[in-house]
Design a protein around this ligand. Sequence first.
Ligand code: C5P
Length: 218
Amino acid sequence: MIITIDGPAAAGKGTVSAYLADKYKLAYFDTGMVYRAVGLQMVLTENDVNDEDKAEQIAKELTFPKMIELSKHKDFRSDIGGQAASIVSAHPKVRAALLKMQQNFALNPTFADGTPARGVVYDGRDTGTVVCPNAELKIFITASTEVRAQRRYKEFVEKGIATSYDKVLQDMIARDKRDSSRATAPLKPAEDAVIIDTSDLSIDEVLQKIVPLVEAKL
Ligand code: C5P
């Protein structure tokens, strides 16, 4: 069973993916991690993140254990890691180099402790369109830019990160523009994806819409 959860930043992909993985005993692949790993490795090795050939080389050398090791670094989820990931993820050669690694996970899915799983929930921006075009269920989760900025701002405040709502909103608008206008894997729903707008929904209401879709496929 392969489920893909795609959509823009702060739409709720991570929460929904983790819930479904837990409820249906599926492995969870957060595909943003592969781009964060390559971006961070470029930064740590003092390479220019715009150097596509170097980033491709690092992408080709990336393994699961290496990605898990990099994910423990303080900058993996910071702004530095996020910016680097965003730039390297726009390089077509990097996307091509990381595609097989993402697809192969579904051939032999495992939980974090190595035990086998009966399927995967993929979380990303192109998992239904590029990584797993044959997934049994594709969901595209979205929400208005303002609502997503508001959610991200709340997360920052809760983590004690100093910022303003206006700055978060402007960053969100810039990131959406970059993600949907880039030539390689632009952000868009797969033709056979179920689109769910979470702007006016609580997380419980979102899950109430998705759970019956999964049950129908089981
Ligand atoms: O989801 P996350 O914020 O961790 O993603 C990090 C970066 O990787 C984002 O900037 C996004 O553009 C990129 N990404 C991507 N394709 C994916 C997942 C993430 O291009 N499937």
